[in-house]
Design a protein around this ligand. Structure first.
Ligand code: DX5
Ligand code: ZN
Length: 228
């Protein structure tokens, strides 16, 4: 994982992270293999608990199975109410980075980020479309990954909220001005048509569920989203 993050910070490049949420779970192994062959840079794993968001997906057991098939880094996106109670399980399952939502906790974000790092994984923080960057500025030096949501979390297949683009620009500027090295991941509603806007704003990892798994040609979609 660190080598992917290092590469993204050392040269202007973009990574594409297919979101497994939109894969066909009746043939998950084949789907994972197909996106790897199609050039995916990492996998995005959406964990939902039916409480923080009104939807339920999968937990560490499925992630552990995915980790046995995967040759690329696994980025876990926790959309759960009590991430502190479960982060160890998600790291043990094979996550290379674990992001939890800023909005899920009233306090203790810094401590949880440190705990994730001490477990040997990248520490990520996710923010909803309506959470301003100013709310998390004090945490940005503790992050390996900032996950900027361009839809409200809960479901795949929603439309990209363009109004979030200025926040991505702001995060990218803040990062450069303060010489920080967190990687900016953009998640929700990415298509081959809006990917360039997300990239130009400063998105370094673009998550794509529907645009990859519901398309005909995974390689063509991944290449178009990456922009090369
Ligand atoms: C939304 C998830 C996203 C989503 C992306 O709650 O966090 O990762 O699966 O899927 P698309 O690309 O379909 O918006
Ligand atoms: Zn996600």
């Amino acid at each position: 994982m660190n080598s992917l993050f290092r590469r993204l910070n050392s040269e202007p490049s973009t990574a594409v992270a297919p979101s497994v949420l939109s894969a066909d779970f009746s043939k998950l192994g084949e789907e994972i293999e197909a996106v790897q062959k199609a050039g995916a840079d990492c996998l995005h794993l959406d964990v939902m608990d039916g409480r923080f968001v009104p939807n339920l997906t999968f937990g560490p057991m499925i992630i552990e199975a995915i980790s046995r098939l995967s040759r690329i880094p696994l980025i876990t996106h926790l959309m759960i109410q009590d991430p502190g109670a479960l982060v160890e399980r998600f790291v043990e399952a094979g996550s290379d980075a674990v992001s939890f939502h800023f909005e899920a906790l009233e306090g203790g974000h810094g401590e949880l980020l440190e705990r994730i790092r001490s477990l040997g994984a990248g520490a990520g923080l996710a923010i909803n479309p309506d959470t301003p960057l100013s709310d998390i500025e004090h945490l940005l030096d503790k992050l390996d990954l900032l996950l900027v949501m361009t839809v409200f979390p809960g479901f795949g297949g929603q439309s990209f909220i363009e109004g979030v683009l200025p926040k991505i620009v702001e995060a990218s500027r803040f990062k450069n001005e303060h010489k920080l090295d967190f990687v900016i991941e953009v998640d929700g509603g990415i298509t081959r048509d809006n990917a360039s806007a997300a990239r130009e704003a400063g998105g370094q990892i673009l998550v794509a569920g529907t645009a990859v798994f519901k398309g005909e040609d995974y390689q063509d979609s991944i290449t178009a989203i990456r922009g090369r």
